[in-house]
Design a binder for this molecule. Structure first.
Ligand code: ATP
Ligand code: LTN
Length: 324
């Protein structure tokens, strides 16, 4: 049987180059080899305050992006988490075997609790239990994510092992798959931090939907290190991040790019980089615009039905084992 991959993104805004290269791009290559299940995790999005109309739009836009990026809806299951009720139900069961001490160690929780001091809801804390449910419902072998999600996948493993020990072999113990090179693109305005949708300034990221003029502006304003050389080095995180983005959107190697800009300055480099990003994003944006609403509804309905069939079977097994 084909091995299974499961991954997901939160519909909390239009995704950026960090999400694309850190996660989605890996999904595209893995879909050839594995049976893929890709979710729009709209229940996870509720852990931060959402406006209903915006959330509705973000959910549809993220689903459209999955398709525009090239996920094949025939081959893969593409669905919304909230439409398959088994996720919430298994999450509760798993929450009841997850030690608070494990949840307290999660760095994402600690960071987000700091960011949202006025709204530290319980969902932000139990978030990893819902994520474990997402993964474990489908006998997932591999979870391709960016570096920042590794800790959550580790916790899903711990929970799976604990359940298996208590009630007998039930869950496949999943493994995180992380692309070392692209696991963490940095913010354009702050290379000390990861590129993030929820950054305070939109000059932190390039969204997949940004138009050429804004891309040029954002790259122009991107922070650079001291010195003038266009060279990749760990001591120069800002230019290294820009070089990495150049490499990812153009396919040219870092060495080739360094060679091309050997006797040129940041100005020339940034101009060219912006054009390469635009060339990369334009076809994807065109595909996005061409997706018809009915077609999208059909993909999500079909995905829901296929996911539900698998999830129901697994949840029944779990409930039988625990005495429900
Ligand atoms: P936020 O920063 O608002 O929490 P996010 O930008 O991290 O959101 P998520 O939906 O949480 O977005 O992440 C989706 C996927 O993208 C995850 O697999 C995550 O690991 C990956 N990812 C997020 N940011 C980056 C980044 N800067 N570089 C590489 N991968 C990333
Ligand atoms: N927490 C993840 C999104 C997510 C996920 C998952 C990823 C929710 N459930 C299951 C992989 C597998 C994030 O990117 N913030």
């Amino acid at each position: 049987m084909q091995k299974k991959i499961f991954s997901a993104m939160q519909p909390t805004g239009i995704i950026h180059l960090g999400n694309y290269f850190g996660a989605m791009n890996n999904w595209l290559s893995l879909q050839k080899e594995y049976a893929g299940i890709f979710s729009i995790v709209d229940l996870h999005a509720l852990t931060i305050p959402q406006k209903p109309e915006e959330l509705r739009t973000n959910i549809r836009n993220l689903a459209k992006l999955y398709l525009a990026a090239g996920l094949d809806p025939q081959k893969n299951i593409i669905f919304r988490q909230s439409q398959v009720h088994e996720h919430a139900e298994l999450a509760w069961i798993l929450t009841c075997i997850t030690p608070i001490s494990e949840l307290e160690r999660m760095t994402q929780y600690k960071d987000k609790a700091k960011q949202h001091k006025e709204n530290i809801n319980a969902g932000l804390f139990t978030y990893p239990c819902l994520m474990a449910a997402d993964i474990l419902l489908y006998d997932t072998n591999i979870v391709p994510v960016g570096e920042d999600q590794k800790q959550h996948v580790e916790l899903a493993r711990t929970i799976a092992n604990k359940f298996n020990n208590l009630y007998g072999e039930t869950f496949v113990v999943p493994e995180a798959m992380i692309n070392k090179e692209t696991a963490r693109l940095r913010g354009l305005d702050n290379p000390e931090k990861k590129m993030s949708k929820s950054a305070p300034s939109e000059y932190n990221f390039i969204s997949l939907m940004n138009k050429p003029d804004l891309i040029r502006k954002k790259i122009q304003k991107a922070v650079t290190d001291s010195g003038t050389e266009i060279k990749f080095s760990p001591e120069r995180p800002a230019i290294s991040n820009l070089l990495m983005i150049y490499h990812l959107v153009s396919g040219n190697s870092i060495k080739e790019i360094e060679g091309e800009f050997e006797n040129k300055g940041y100005g020339d480099f940034k101009k060219e980089l912006a054009e390469r990003i635009i060339e990369f994003l334009t076809p994807l944006q065109e595909r996005f615009e061409a997706i018809d609403d009915n077609e999208l509804d059909q993909v999500l309905e079909n995905g829901k039905q296929r996911a539900e069939t698998l999830a129901k079977k697994k949840l029944k097994e779990v409930k039988d084992k625990i005495g429900l």
